[in-house]
Design a protein around this ligand. Sequence first.
Ligand code: LLP
Length: 417
Amino acid sequence: MDAFDYRNGSLYAEDVPVADIVHTHGSPCYIYSRATLERHWHAFDAALAGRPHRVCYAVKANSNLALLNCLARLGSGFDIVSGGELARVLAAGGDPAKVVFSGVAKTAAEMRQALEAGIHCFNVESLSELERLAEVAADVDIPAPVSLRVNPDVDAGTHPYISTGLKENKFGIDIGEAEAIYRDIAGHRHLRVIGIDCHIGSQLTRTEPFIDALRRVLALVDRLAADGIVLEHLDLGGGLGIRYRDETPPEPAEYVAPLLAELGDRALEILIEPGRAIAGNAGILVTRVEYLKRTEAHNFAIVDAGMNDLIRPSLYSAWQEIIPVRPRQDTESRCYDIVGPVCETGDFLGKARELALTAGDLLAVRSAGAYGFTMSSNYNSRPRPPEIMVDGDRIHLIRPREAIEDLYRGETLLPED
Ligand code: LLP
């Protein structure tokens, strides 16, 4: 259940009619529910209560400052993958000491920025990254807190584009090679080894791959401990899936319980990096039907949001539920392809959806709070939609719609001659 429900035949976001928000802020628009967001965060935090832990929300899922600020106020940590995300966390009032920095291509400038900000640790993904980090740390004279992201070679059973824990993926350090690296860097002057990390993929709907990965990581942790290399934390990454259609992912507590059982009484702080499971079902994308168009092959509902606003259906063939803001009984339902304005055949939000529609109707694409706005673009010179956070009966515009001039700000013409 989330906070987007019908009351008297009209879709609400918490206590606000969605149609009222569109009346004020126009279509298309992203709408988030603060209560849902916070409930999801608390579910992870509560699942880990009773042992030292930190929920590090994965900023890439949704990086709006207001959303980050809501989580920072709850005491959340953050998983970042760029200097830009670090700047967002800081601007949103996040505590740098609760930040972990993942990603395969950290630049020297980003390392410096993160060291100076005082982040909790770097999740290092290769030997060459480790060498660079040691150089930068020496240069700024701040020892770098390090956790190796190991690649445990497990099949997460998810879409190949969002699977990350297989040997053939670019992520992490082969778990077989990690032990020697830990030994090499223990006692290093500029590197402070504090943890171990793994993230095997996203939208996982079963717990077994997480348990598989954890067993392999724990075997390494134990071997290291026997050699006197005692780690302070274990980061299990993110990846818990959500229900888009008929998936039945475990609840945070059901996901965490078997992991804690595997951990036993090892004195490790547990970090997790959920993104989608916190933000995904806390948001919708609202769009208006511009035209209905019948062809021999299809009924098209052409809407004012496209793949530039929400790319998941086009990129991953992802299925997201599309529902009417005001369901109507006065016209018959048909099977529609919901397509956008972008000049690409792959520009669709949903295919073969049974809906009763008239031009001008509003539709809501559900589960759009994660990897929605953050993956949006200005393709076809389309200004990106506004983002709105609902809090009970209050509506906060947390990012205005882009203006046309925003699209070419900073661009210049060539000189006359
Ligand atoms: N930690 C690391 C190191 C990650 O790479 C990711 C996601 C997360 C945490 C958060 O994973 P989550 O809990 O959200 O599953 N754009 C794709 C998803 C890409 C995920 C990339 N990494 C989509 O829309 O499905």
